[in-house]
Design a protein around this ligand. Sequence first.
Ligand code: ATP
Ligand code: MG
Length: 269
Amino acid sequence: MAKQEFIGSYIQSFDEALGGGFPRDHIVLVYGAAGTMKSTLCFNVLYNEVLAGKKGVYISIEQSSLSLLKQMVKMGFDISKVNIEVLNDADDVIKGLTRLQDDEAKKLTIIDFGTIRKQLQGKKAAKNKFGLSGDMVESILSMVQTLAKKKLCDIVVLDSMTALYSLTELKEPRSEIFYLFEFFRDLGITSFVISEENHDTHSSRFGIESYLVDGIVHIMLTERNRKVTRELQIRKMRATDCNNDIFTLEFDSKTKKFKALYGGKMPLV
Ligand SMILES: Nc1ncnc2c1ncn2[C@@H]1O[C@H](COP(=O)(O)OP(=O)(O)OP(=O)(O)O)[C@@H](O)[C@H]1O
Ligand SMILES: [Mg+2]
């Protein structure tokens, strides 16, 4: 059997908990409440893997690329080290995709559906090859397929499933989401899908992604003695001997790196 390859978590001490890292080709659900750093955590993986030679695609359904990049610069990512390409022009998506050369180095492509949708608002006839005014899932599939053909897509972040659900009327969510995930799998893409936590059920919206994905990482905001910390838990990771305990998630503002603290360490005062 071929040796398992891993995608790093780029969270200090967390790869050990994962049993080596995120297995390549896995579909990993990252879910948590608002502001728990879901996007930053996934961008962190993508950015560092791109620096290490992989090709990354960040699909933002709601948040504009400008707002996303502002957050990442604030967190200390040196985005000049990677070759970022933003696709955010509704009239130019196809051209934008065509313009991208095959196998460009250190490429991180951001598909900014937030901005594209804003441009299309009120434009009824704007439907094009990518069905941008129509079926969101189909648009995503076409774009990812084109990028994969150009060898520009080893890892995908889909931010977020929650936004996707709110924009698309999924008649049969389970089979449509299954289809989307299988498509990623068939292309050999490692994917991170973000989902907002449902306050009532403490799971993601339909709860079905949990069964369809290979791995689940939960980020929580936990209050103890009026101190609030972020905590991280691997709830599932197929084919790995992972540690399901809860870690404290910290961001070291000096080194600009995430770390996972283990062993019931109290929050820093
Ligand atoms: N150094 C920092 N710079 C910027 N934001 C920081 C920093 N440290 C912590 N944060 C927090 O990061 C959070 C935003 O991160 P991010 O956008 O990744 O979260 P999210 O879970 O994706 O949010 P949303 O639910 O809005 O999508 C904010 O709550 C912000 O306070
Ligand atoms: Mg986010």
